[in-house]
Design a protein around this ligand. Structure first.
Ligand code: CA
Length: 229
């Protein structure tokens, strides 16, 4: 998929130079020559990277940076004639990812754009990893609340799912039935700790190859349950 970049720059010749170079390297590029329109575009459309001038009509680049950063997780590169160190520091403080001073080398702009795009992709990949628990043949997708065994989806009730995630997210720790009941059922407590036993049994039937000899959720006699990794 083509990555989309927004350039907010009031000097048309500079904006077009940036656009040409980025398009040459396979990016899809939108331009805006004013702070107000630039902000609308940045907030309304999905961009992979935003290139920002500081001195702009209507809304200046610092304010744009602050507002975009508050709403979106997207790399922001400032390209500006302002050379003062204090401006750089202010830009970084407002959430800019990089600061390039004019006159700039278009190739450097492209190189830095690519570097920031790659860094954000790694960051997003890591977030995805946090949303997914994979242990042997078991995959738990926390974002979509789905469970897979050997890649095949297994249907879980809400409480079964919550209980499984809680145990799997705290591996090799023993939890008593009371702990688990309080954690998963909490105040709604329409039931008692026998509910925990019933749910553990159902989860085992769904994820264990042999529920009578569980490999994931072990019973620790007299203590409770342990998710073994
Ligand atoms: Ca300007």
């Amino acid at each position: 998929m083509m990555q989309r970049i927004l350039i907010i720059e009031d000097e048309v010749a500079i904006a077009e130079l940036q656009k040409d170079y980025l398009e040459l390297h396979g990016f899809s590029v939108d331009m805006s020559h004013s702070g107000g329109e630039g902000l609308d575009l940045a907030l309304e459309r999905a961009y992979d990277l935003i290139i920002l001038d500081l001195q702009l009509p209507e809304i200046d680049g610092f304010e744009l940076c602050r507002q975009i950063r508050r709403a979106k997780d997207v790399p922001i590169l400032i390209v500006s004639a302002k050379k003062e160190e204090i401006d750089k520091i202010r830009g970084f403080g407002l959430g800019a990812d990089d600061f390039i001073t004019k006159p700039f080398s278009p190739n450097e702009l492209v190189a830095r754009s690519k570097a920031h795009l790659a860094r954000y992709e790694r960051f997003l990949g890591k977030n995805k990893a946090l949303e997914e628990i994979r242990i042997r043949e078991l995959t738990i997708d926390k974002a979509s609340r789905r469970v897979y065994v050997h890649g095949k989806e297994v249907i879980f009730t809400a409480k079964e799912f919550d209980l499984l995630v809680y145990l799997a997210a705290n591996p090799n720790r023993v939890f008593s039935k009371d702990d688990l009941f309080e954690r998963i059922w909490g105040l709604e407590s329409a039931g008692d700790i026998a509910t925990v036993t019933v749910h553990i049994r159902r989860i085992r039937e769904k994820i264990e190859a042999d529920p009578s000899n569980p490999q994931f959720i072990e019973t620790i006699w007299g203590a409770g349950y342990r998710f073994t990794v």
